[in-house]
Write a protein that binds this ligand. Structure first.
Ligand code: TYC
Length: 135
């Protein structure tokens, strides 16, 4: 291939010249006040953190676990007095399930483990689950 001066010139002509960078419309640095030298100003952004997801710990009804055991579990692991625990147990007995408390994820998981272990040790099929609360 032979190139001529004319062709080189044509190629040169159709190549766009490099853009010169345009300066930002807003200065990136504050004008020097003559006091801070090269000091950097860090501005605090508004916090966007969300509250943690919460979990309700639920007991399920069954036909075999004695009512007294369920009342004892609710008192012991969910810190309810006997009257409140009895109301919750009866609600579960009638509706099929009931909320015993609302906790952060780790605490809810611990409650489920504690109830499950106590039920297993005592030979009861009582089921305890945790579920995230709808926002
Ligand atoms: N239904 C059980 C009974 O009649 C009592 C019971 C209540 C069991 C609540 C489980 O989560 C429960 N003995």
């Amino acid at each position: 291939m032979h190139s001529t001066l004319a062709m080189d010139r044509m190629i040169f002509m159709v190549t766009k010249p490099p853009k010169t960078p345009t300066p930002p419309s807003v200065p990136l640095t504050k004008p020097d006040d003559g006091r801070g030298g090269d000091a950097v100003v860090l501005e605090r952004l508004p916090l966007k953190t969300q509250p943690p997801q919460m979990y309700q710990v639920v007991l399920l009804n069954d036909d075999y676990t004695p009512m007294e055991f369920v009342v004892m579990v609710i008192q012991e692991f969910f810190n309810k007095d006997m009257e409140t625990a009895t109301q919750i147990m009866l609600k579960i007995h009638l509706d099929g399930k009931g909320i015993c408390g609302v906790f952060s994820r780790d605490v809810a998981a611990t409650k489920v483990d504690q109830v499950t272990e106590a039920s297993r040790k005592n030979g009861h099929p009582l089921q305890c689950v945790s579920e995230p609360i709808e926002l």
